[in-house]
Design a protein around this ligand. Structure first.
Ligand code: SAM
Length: 288
């Protein structure tokens, strides 16, 4: 089968099937062989690996993945792409296409059945409208996972990687960094896609830690605290947190704990590290 990373081949197959792009599914297909090679290289795929691809489109990246991996499972929501994938992936006996919504797939079950419960690699040029639920769903669930190598909106990649003090630092940064080590491996301009998205893109690799980066007594409470801190971005922590009923703390409680850990009572959430959030969470949260 012709390499779909070459624009002319993509155009031909789209015309043959009279395919119409659906905006609601975030369809921007890759048409750049160097970017495709870079993604597969960054994911470090070997013949031992099972790869889950989210949104194969017409199978452009799937072809590359099938060449390098032992097995590829590709989950595509758009019915109109299924016959096209039947043709573009016909040469590979190690690819399974599931016509489903990734947010409804029981990934843990898939990994158990097809990889004996051993960690898989996720690789995708993600539909940008659901980047956060996909990434958070994968990280928070107990799905055995080695790494996630994904194309996302450039701004979202920055948010995942930033530390305290940056305007891009927030709840997503902290959640991603609690579970994994994020590294941006490529910046990708809009002309590498068909049709061109109106945002810049980047490939980011999230390598999952065996154990989360910091120890915290109540993970859920810490993430509630983090969300409350950034919901009220312009407020000081003392004011913001006391207005979040799910935390059950007063302004005085917050001020006392901030003093205890040597932080100013006028500090804002954007200045705190993950370690500091964990410490505050342990002190403010109720004992189990
Ligand atoms: N991987 C292809 C490529 O790189 O050319 C296509 C990437 S395109 C950005 C995103 C793909 O995800 C589209 O094929 C779209 O139909 C699919 N998609 C969108 N929402 C989905 C969902 N909820 N579950 C599975 N696939 C989805």
């Amino acid at each position: 089968m012709a390499n779909l990373g070459i624009p002319q081949n993509t155009i031909e197959i789209l015309q043959k099937y009279g395919f119409r792009f659906q905006k609601k599914y975030g369809q921007n297909f890759l048409i750049d062989t160097r970017v495709l090679e870079r993604i597969v290289e960054a994911a470090g795929i070997t013949k031992e690996d099972m790869v889950l691809e989210i949104g194969p489109g017409i199978g452009t990246m799937t072809q590359y993945l099938a060449e390098s991996a032992r097995e590829v499972v590709a989950v595509e929501i758009d019915n109109n792409l299924i016959p096209i994938l039947g043709e573009t992936l016909a040469a590979y006996d190690n690819v399974t296409v599931l016509n489903e919504d990734i947010l409804k797939v029981d990934i843990a079950k898939l990994v158990e059945e097809r990889n004996g419960g051993k960690p898989i690699k996720v690789v995708a040029n993600l539909p940008y409208y659901i980047t956060t639920p996909i990434v958070m769903g994968l990280l928070e669930s107990k799905v055995p996972l080695e790494s996630i190598t994904i194309m996302v909106q450039k701004e979202v990649a920055d948010r995942m990687q930033e530390g305290p003090g940056s305007k891009d630092y927030g709840a997503l940064s902290l959640a991603v960094q609690y579970y994994s080590k994020p590294e941006i491996v490529a910046n990708v301009p809009a002309n590498c896609f068909m049709p061109r998205p109106n945002v810049g893109s980047a490939v980011i690799r999230l390598t999952r830690y065996q154990e989360p980066l910091v120890a915290v007594k109540d993970e859920k409470y810490m993430f509630n605290l983090i969300r409350a801190s950034f919901n009220q971005r312009r407020k000081t922590l003392a004011n913001g947190l006391s207005h979040a009923p799910e935390l059950g703390v007063s302004r005085e409680d917050v001020v006392a704990v901030l003093q205890q850990v040597g932080l100013s009572e006028t500090i804002r959430g954007e200045a705190l590290t993950l370690d500091q959030f964990a410490e505050l969470s342990d002190l403010l949260g109720k004992e189990e």
